[in-house]
Design a protein around this ligand. Sequence first.
Ligand code: THU
Length: 135
Amino acid sequence: MENSEIKKLIEEAHKVKEHSYSPYSHFRVGAAIKMDDDQVFTGANIENVSFGATNCAERSAIFTALSAGYKPKSINAIAVAGDTKDFLPPCSICRQVMVEFCDPETPVYLTREDESILTTSVRELVPFAFETMDM
Ligand code: THU
């Protein structure tokens, strides 16, 4: 993806972060995903007083795209944005969800406060992934 497109996707992730519902952690996260037809979906982290019911930003975005009718493996890129000094990595539950719905080579753009970008991939985030029971 071109640099300007990556920056736009990150901007979308920052924008949706404003809708984060995080009264318990006060840790706002936004995610934006670009589909293979260039449509963009976004999601924020939505917390719950029963902490385990919390949904991360990445899953919010991915589930929104699937709920709109997009098929597994139609995600071309993922951007994650927070208010962190260091690069904000997706949690392991979100990584497993990415394995299910993304190609292993799907780029994942991590960001930090100084606006630098770390490009990783689903494969790099989840080496030796559990992706089938047919084994
Ligand atoms: N969180 C995300 O939304 N994405 C991440 O990549 C890491 C963590 C959320 C979950 C919870 O609402 C808050 O951040 C603190 O863990």
